[in-house]
Ligand binder design. Structure first.
Ligand code: 2BA
Length: 110
């Protein structure tokens, strides 16, 4: 059987729901604390190794439990943000979730 790795970047406000919903459905999940390069605000990255046949269901669960939100960028430039002058104090639409699905060459558990 073919394994896939889902890399899902999820809004922090949705991450608790996403993680419990996935776990309840039997997925093995690793949560990483991450930071978006544009807003420099914390988000959550899930690593989910799953059989190919379980990928669509995982995506559905993530979709059902995450929402797009409007987020205001800082009004003054902070060190390390990717914000340009014109981006300051603007509303940007932030997922929700973005999900990458990648092929897994092999899986070994020790
Ligand atoms: P951030 O990088 O903090 O981006 C937050 C939101 O700001 C993005 O929402 C998008 O609406 C906007 N944005 C991002 N980069 C921009 C840019 N260079 N110029 C103008 N606006 C920009 P989402 O697209 O929903 O992304 C939410 C988070 O998901 C991102 O947080 C990032 O952590 C991750 N992400 C999104 N697309 C990605 C990708 N292609 N590769 C890796 N991570 C990604």
């Amino acid at each position: 059987n073919i394994m896939k790795l889902l890399i899902a970047i999820v809004n922090n406000d949705d991450s608790a729901l996403v993680s419990s919903a996935l776990t309840k459905e039997g997925y093995s999940v690793t949560k990483l604390s991450t930071t978006g390069g544009f807003l420099m605000v914390g988000n959550t990255t899930f690593l989910i190794g799953a059989d190919d046949s379980k990928v669509q269901k995982a995506k559905d669960i993530i979709k059902e439990n995450s929402q797009r939100r409007s987020h205001k960028t800082p009004s003054t430039a902070a060190f390390g943000t990717g914000l340009a002058e014109g981006d300051l104090g603007r509303e940007v639409s932030v997922g929700g979730a973005i999900v990458f699905v990648v092929d897994v060459e092999s899986v070994d558990k020790y």
